[in-house]
Design a protein around this ligand. Structure first.
Ligand SMILES: [Mg+2]
Length: 298
């Protein structure tokens, strides 16, 4: 795990760098509060930081306060390093937003376990974020997370004048699978479909579970025509899916209907894009299912 050390004393910089590295942390050292804030604001910046109280630029209290008021993407665990051990100062530090503090000169073991506490908090946050963003059955994005990512991806493509295709998929007659084989097999089918679709996607494409047996796929920088041929491939390959029922393989030949819409001058809003793809999906159902329809608005 990355740890930021913001400390102006060369002596403490070296001690912290050496000790933390020997414990397996990857250490980034900066000399003042301004640089500390810059590092912590980076996209994949450290989530664990040891901040000296007295430093040029911005002092430790300012850094803590600024982190709490401006950085809210993910939690940053802040340990204030201080020579002030009076109760009053400790309270001041915690009030500014520090999670913990260590008094100089510090005891190595104490530092080690305080860092461990921070690490536990960061790992817990990562797990919660993971749970909040993924669909627990299939492991792909849930609807909320998918729509959030779609918003930013669509904004990027609109800005660059690039296409973006959206595919809505709904399994055909899925209720029959549940009724005939039970919900456990139904769940296996959903997992297998998600895995099958995912295996066809490029690394910048993304897929989400939109509802019960509905999936949604975003293909950035892909035109409707290309999206149609990709959907066609998904449609054909998913019919080969085999699931296990009481340890024996079962090929159910489950099919799906696909609706596609692509961003363009008229369709720039993701809600309209989603609605148009959904309408195309509805047409695919009306046409007899197990087919791909591209929205006329594409
Ligand atoms: Mg100092």
């Amino acid at each position: 795990m990355k740890v930021l050390v913001a400390e102006d004393s060369k002596y403490y910089q070296r001690i912290l760098q050496d000790t933390l590295s020997s414990w397996g942390y990857s250490v980034e050292v900066v000399n003042d509060g301004i640089q500390a804030l810059e590092k912590l604001q980076e996209e994949n910046g450290p989530k664990l930081a040891i901040i000296d109280w007295v430093m040029p630029g911005a002092d430790g209290l300012e850094v803590c306060a600024k982190v709490r008021s401006t950085i809210n993407k993910s939690y940053i665990y802040l340990i204030l390093l201080t020579a002030n051990s009076s109760k009053e100062d400790v309270v001041k530090g915690l009030e500014a937003g520090a999670d913990d503090y260590i008094v100089k000169p510090f005891n190595e073991m104490e530092l080690k376990f305080r860092l461990k506490t921070g690490e536990r908090v960061i790992n817990l946050e990562n797990r919660i974020m993971q749970l909040a963003l993924t669909d627990s059955l299939t492991g792909i994005l849930n609807r909320r997370a998918f729509m959030g990512r779609l918003e930013s991806e669509a904004e990027r493509c609109n800005r660059l004048g690039k296409p973006l295709s959206l595919i809505m998929v709904d399994l055909d007659d899925f209720k029959k699978v549940n009724d005939n084989y039970g919900h456990l097999v139904g769940d296996e089918v959903l997992k297998s479909v998600a895995a099958c679709f995912s295996s066809f996607l490029r690394k910048y494409d993304f897929i989400g579970r939109y509802g019960g047996e509905e999936f949604i796929i975003c293909l950035p920088e892909i035109k409707a025509e290309k999206a149609e041929s990709i959907a066609e491939r998904l449609r054909v390959s998913m019919q080969e899916i085999v699931v296990n029922k009481q340890e024996s393989p079962l090929k159910l030949g489950v099919t799906a209907s696909f609706g596609i819409c692509c961003l363009n001058e008229k369709v720039q809003d993701v809600h309209i894009l989603t609605k148009k793809a959904d309408e195309a999906l509805y047409l695919a159902k009306a046409k007899g299912k197990n087919c791909v329809i591209v929205s006329e608005s594409s």
